[in-house]
Design a protein around this ligand. Structure first.
Ligand SMILES: Nc1ncnc2c1ncn2[C@@H]1O[C@H](COP(=O)(O)OP(=O)(O)O)[C@@H](O)[C@H]1O
Ligand SMILES: [Mg+2]
Length: 362
């Protein structure tokens, strides 16, 4: 990766757009970043597109335009903030907004009008990274483990990277061994949904509400019985599987909302810890990234469930937790333009390494 790249990520939590300006002239470095929240209206539109409904082709096309306009505004603000212009940037790696992820049915859908974004930004756009991996028989996710391996691995220390967004995924980086990774279950999406329903907040800041309640052991046990948790990798998941309706179906009535929140926090911790114990047993260092790394209750519960391991955030490794995934898409765009593969077949189950993405020239 030489030159300047932009990386833009909007994940399953649907909180908005994280954008970074990155360079690799002295190791991958983030030179600037910005977060643009989605407007409540766009968030609602995108959330509704996670399920079938009337006139959805038109609604999806309009939403893809709105996402492109949001990405363009984030790019413009980030360039102004860093004193750069479009001409300084080699390309922007853009994730788009997942509204369906159905590798079993042969597709995944990240809404983003790449042509419109190239037109609005004057920058070469690389997007639709996941489809090629699925075309090659993979699950299309997670794609971040290759980046985690490139920037966070250590020759003598076995590490694990845990990305906690709306869903959570794990990358195992054994010292001198082969990288592996998979989605391990829900990240913050269930906690976000529950606190929105009961307290009208977008997320549980610091996990304070979860900390005010007590986990409900029977509910936790019912939720952990979901077959996804015991499936062997490769595996990936999304809102199709882990959503509030699933929680409502598991509730027997009479539970205090704060105790349910506490249980959902425990569920995320248990899913992550279980996956680490099963697949990254020798990783003595666990680095958290994604917005969920800022959930103190979740970190405390992870600490309890992972005795003997050091739990930290990727801030320590030089990339702030909330910027890692956007930085990964800047890196993936550079891989694409260099005709280098971006997927790891061991992780996604694809038939082989593939150069990912679709390119819209500036
Ligand atoms: N201070 C915080 N305390 C608790 N949770 C947080 C905090 N900041 C962010 N989060 C969580 O992180 C999520 C966003 O993380 P992000 O990495 O952007 O996920 P995604 O890629 O799915 O959008 C929020 O929805 C929220 O659940
Ligand atoms: Mg996000």
């Amino acid at each position: 990766m030489t030159g300047l790249y932009l990386g833009l990520m909007s994940g399953t939590s649907m909180d908005g757009i994280d954008a970074v300006l990155a360079s690799d002239d002295a190791g991958p470095r983030v030179l600037g970043h910005i977060h643009h929240p989605f407007s409540p209206a766009l968030r609602e539109t995108l959330m509704a597109l996670n399920a079938s409904g009337g006139d959805e082709l038109h609604r999806a096309a309009q939403a893809a335009n709105a996402v492109a306009m949001g990405y363009a505004a984030a790019i413009s603000a980030l360039l102004a903030q860093t004193g750069k212009s479009a001409a300084d940037v080699t390309a922007a790696g853009c994730h788009g907004q997942t509204v369906r992820h159905q590798p079993g049915a042969g597709y995944t859908l990240q809404l983003l009008n790449g042509a419109l974004l190239a037109e609005l930004s004057g920058i070469r756009i690389v997007c639709d990274f996941r489809s090629r991996d699925i075309a090659a028989g993979g699950t299309g996710a997670p794609l971040v483990p290759a980046f985690h391996h490139a920037v966070f691995s250590h020759p003598q220390r076995s590490r694990a990277i845990v990305n906690i967004g709306g869903m959570a995924n794990i990358t195992c980086l054994p010292a001198g061994g082969e990288v592996s990774g998979f989605d391990c279950g829900p990240g913050g999406a269930l906690m976000d949904g529950w606190i929105m329903e009961h307290q009208h907040s977008a997320y549980d800041a610091g996990g304070a509400w979860a900390a005010s309640g007590k986990p409900l052991p029977e509910l936790l046990e019912r939720l952990l019985a979901h077959e996804f948790f015991s499936l062997p990798p490769p595996k990936s998941t999304g809102r199709e599987t882990f959503n509030l309706q699933w929680i409502r179906n598991a509730l027997t009535g009479g539970a205090a909302p704060a105790d349910v929140q506490s249980t959902l926090c425990e569920l995320t911790a248990a899913a992550i810890a279980g996956a680490l114990n099963m697949h990254c047993a020798d990783a003595a260092e666990v680095f958290l990234c994604g917005g969920g790394a800022r959930n103190d209750s979740l970190r405390a519960r992870l600490g309890e469930r992972l005795p003997g391991r050091r739990i930290a955030t990727t801030d320590e490794l030089g990339i702030a937790a909330e910027l890692v995934e956007a930085a990964a898409f800047a890196w993936l765009a550079a891989r694409t333009l260099a005709s280098e593969p971006g997927n790891l077949p061991r992780v996604t189950g694809a038939r082989g390494p593939r150069v990912l993405g679709a390119v819209y020239p500036a």
